[in-house]
Design a binder for this molecule. Structure first.
Ligand code: NAD
Length: 430
């Protein structure tokens, strides 16, 4: 083919986003490519993000100091529409991490047939050591530094790790003040009072359980009979645990940064999340048996929900996982090596780009409602979400059976095919 691999052009080797997580994202893409039937020219375009922005964000701290934080936004593909993806505040945020997460967002949006491409951004900071006022200052300055690259038709941020409805409200306000009128459609995951969706807060966790429920149907299992372990007790894990219990399943262990809590008879997750809301974590929760986060992952169970962060199941602990099914609520929680080990052991993984897609799907509904200034109710949104997730699940299941590949590869194939078709139809400009 006429296309030179980018590695052949010396200036482009070792690009700044070439980090372990980005390599994982690219390696997964390469594994899926042979089944996606796309041209090498299109594949080459999709190996790299379209745009990556690095910022230094100065913030006035409460003690009078001025601290400069590193901020990033990476946009992977805009062929299907504006880019879309979360903003995270975390000490480990890097350009490579954002790039990997942006790539996954592209496949996720395409798999769900949403008119978006992928993006991700964040600020390297320790949000737990910052006051609300400092976080507001950081958010407003970060948003205004991002003005040239975000917009309702360009790139639409959303919450991610350690960012929430309040963060999105500050972003929406900062953007709106710059353009001179209210622009709710600039972010999703906003408070309901300024155009947020009545179901966005629960959407990702509820979606995780909708996908688990569909998988149980296909596997001939009853969801209500499953014993579940949930790693991460934040927006995704906390809500997923609630939904599991509400559907009759038993949640025998949950964890957050402070460690895990186990009770073979089932935990009272409703009381635990009230407690976590009040105390900031489950650290001083008193009943049940304390387990470390490492031990939690290895507990015998039916369904293991990974809803904390990336890189949790690796080559090292994959041989000791005793779940019958793994559901990825977090992005990238399973390493490539672990994927292979679990596949060989016959433990299916419901992949992140399908399993946690409830968040971006309801974000899409929110954006559509903001653009149309017309708002839907909870039941309508929940119903539309289930329809979209079930449709995506069925396509993934089918490809997996047809091509004899894992559910992850099948989900990637479905997403890549959608993006590739759009690139083929549009052609290369100029
Ligand atoms: P969050 O900050 O609300 O919650 C994260 C939870 O994980 C917290 O309880 C935290 O204490 C815990 N945690 C962090 N590191 C841990 C560790 N090593 N072991 C155990 N627990 C740990 O964040 P979130 O929004 O729930 O996001 C979690 C994951 O889900 C991330 O990978 C994120 O990218 C992904 N995700 C989130 C959404 C969304 O709508 N919020 C959508 C799609 C994907």
């Amino acid at each position: 083919p006429a296309v030179a691999r980018i590695e052949e052009t010396a200036a482009q080797t070792h690009l700044e986003w070439d980090t372990p997580l980005f390599e994982t994202a690219v390696a997964q893409f390469e594994l899926a490519l042979p089944y996606a039937d796309v041209s090498e020219a299109v594949a080459e375009r999709l190996r790299y993000p379209e745009r990556a922005v690095m910022l230094s964000v100065p913030v006035k701290m409460d003690d009078g100091r001025r601290v400069v934080f590193a901020g990033y936004r990476v946009q992977h593909s805009s062929v299907l529409g504006p880019t879309k993806g979360g903003i995270r505040y975390d000490p480990e945020v890097t350009l490579g991490e954002c790039a990997a997460l942006a790539v996954w967002m592209t496949w996720k949006c395409a798999l769900l047939r949403l008119p978006y491409g992928g993006a991700k951004g964040g600020v390297r900071c320790n949000p737990r050591q910052m006051s609300q006022r400092e976080l507001e200052g950081l958010t407003r300055r970060f948003t205004s530094d991002l003005l040239p690259v975000i917009g309702p038709q360009e790139d639409i941020p959303a919450p991610d790790m350690a960012t929430n409805e309040q963060t999105m409200a500050w972003m929406m306000d900062t953007y709106s003040m710059q353009v001179g009128h209210a622009v709710p459609e600039i972010v999703t995951g906003k408070p309901i009072s300024i155009g947020g969706s009545v179901f966005r807060h629960e959407a990702t966790g509820a979606g995780v359980v909708m996908v688990i429920a569909r998988a149980c149907e296909r596997l001939g299992w009853k969801l209500a009979e499953q014993r579940c372990v949930v790693q991460g007790f934040g927006n995704v894990g906390g809500i997923a645990a609630h939904e599991l219990v509400d559907r009759g399943a038993t949640v025998i262990a949950v964890s957050d940064l402070s460690g895990g809590i186990y009770d073979g008879n089932g935990l009272d997750v409703h009381a635990m999340s009230e407690f976590a809301k009040e105390h900031g974590s489950l650290e001083s929760w008193e009943t049940g048996t304390r387990v470390s986060n490492e031990e939690l992952l290895e507990l015998p169970c039916d369904v293991l929900v990974l809803a904390a962060r990336e890189d949790q199941v690796t080559e090292e602990n994959a041989p000791r996982i005793h779940a019958r099914l793994i559901a990825e609520g977090a992005n990238g929680p399973t390493s490539l090596e672990a994927d292979a080990i679990l596949a060989a052991r016959g433990i299916p993984i419901l992949p992140d780009i399908l399993t946690n897609a409830g968040g971006v799907t309801v974000s899409y509904f929110e954006w559509v409602q903001d653009l149309g200034r017309l708002f839907w109710g909870r039941d309508e949104i929940r119903g539309k979400l289930a329809e979209k997730l079930n449709d995506a699940f069925d396509r993934v299941w089918e490809i997996s059976l047809e091509r004899g590949v894992t559910l992850r590869t099948a989900a990637l194939v479905a997403g890549i095919r959608e993006v590739a078709a759009a690139l083929d139809a549009r052609g290369l400009y100029p």
